[in-house]
Unconditional design. Structure first.
Length: 293
């Protein structure tokens, strides 16, 4: 018996010693960009990973049999560009900001109209989410803690795919400043569609209905938490369309918050995210912390 105890103690000391040497050999690394990772049909995404803390032997010991330990929550970002232009590099200060808060950022490309339709763009986003779920552990991300975020056209696409149930169980959705939640209402308020809505949605009211998130929210439930932001651009109309959809989701049982960014423009409500003292930044941080913990 004493021999067995001594043997176990020696083994434990040996393992601890090895892990300590390994920890010393693994210095902290800076934030990293994995650029142009193909996720579907030649479409690419960028993975921005945070700087890692120095590895400690005690942490390594804890993680030996826990595959999920240390994984970070993931924000998947769909850029703006009116459904007809833009690319995954249009991320402003999001990588630096979100990485500094401990989140992985995945910025995706998707096909543009007229090369595809909004249905095709929604499928691209859903494919990107599916790829992230399957692969993000290799980059230190947690496939069970995914939040969708988008600006402008990207805001519409994250809202639409969530409403259609195309992205599975995500922790939250952050649509930042778009008016396309209800295209029939938008057309009625504006009197016409105009650029870029006419280019993307066309002149057929059936497609306006088909590609409006409200269509699916009216007949379903079980939606993830949503955090909406809207700017002061287009004034009362943008506020009314955002709050109209937010209230619909609330009526279906979803947890919903709305940030009134009346002092922002359509551009600045995206470009200022991550700046110290910025109100929208603080509000988004609170939401992310709440839904990913």
């Amino acid at each position: 018996m004493p021999y067995a105890i001594n043997r176990r103690s020696a083994l434990k000391l040996a393992v601890t010693g090895f892990l300590t040497l390994l920890a010393l050999a693994l210095p902290a690394s800076g934030a990293m960009l994995h650029d142009g990772v193909v996720y579907s049909g030649g479409l690419q995404l960028d993975i921005h990973t945070p700087a890692e803390e120095p590895v400690r032997a005690s942490v390594l010991q804890l993680n030996l049999f826990n595959a999920s330990a240390g994984l970070r929550p993931v924000v998947i970002y769909a850029h703006g560009g009116g459904w007809v232009k833009g690319d995954r590099k249009r991320v402003y200060s999001l990588p630096r900001w979100l990485n500094s808060r401990g989140y992985l950022l995945v910025a995706i490309d998707y096909r543009k109209v007229p090369a595809t339709t909004i249905d095709g763009q929604a499928r691209d986003l859903a494919d990107a989410v599916s790829w992230v779920r399957t692969n993000i552990r290799r980059y230190g991300g947690d496939p069970n803690r995914i939040v969708l975020m988008g600006h402008s056209a990207g805001a519409h696409l994250v809202a639409l795919t969530a409403a259609r149930g195309m992205v599975g169980a995500v922790r939250g959705v952050i649509p930042n400043d778009v008016q396309a939640y209800d295209m029939v209402a938008y057309a009625g308020m504006r009197g016409s569609l105009g650029y870029p809505y006419l280019d993307a949605f066309g002149s057929d009211p059936d497609n306006w209905v088909r590609w409006s998130p409200v269509t699916y929210a009216r007949r379903s439930a079980g939606f993830p938490p949503h955090f909406f932001l809207h700017s002061g651009s287009d004034g009362a109309r943008r506020r009314a369309l955002t709050n109209g959809y937010a209230n619909l989701l609330r009526s279906r049982g979803a947890r919903v918050e709305v940030f009134d960014g009346g002092r922002y423009t359509h551009g600045s409500i995206a470009s200022r995210l991550g700046r110290p003292g910025d109100a929208a930044t603080a509000a988004v941080e609170r939401f992310l912390e709440r839904v990913t913990r």
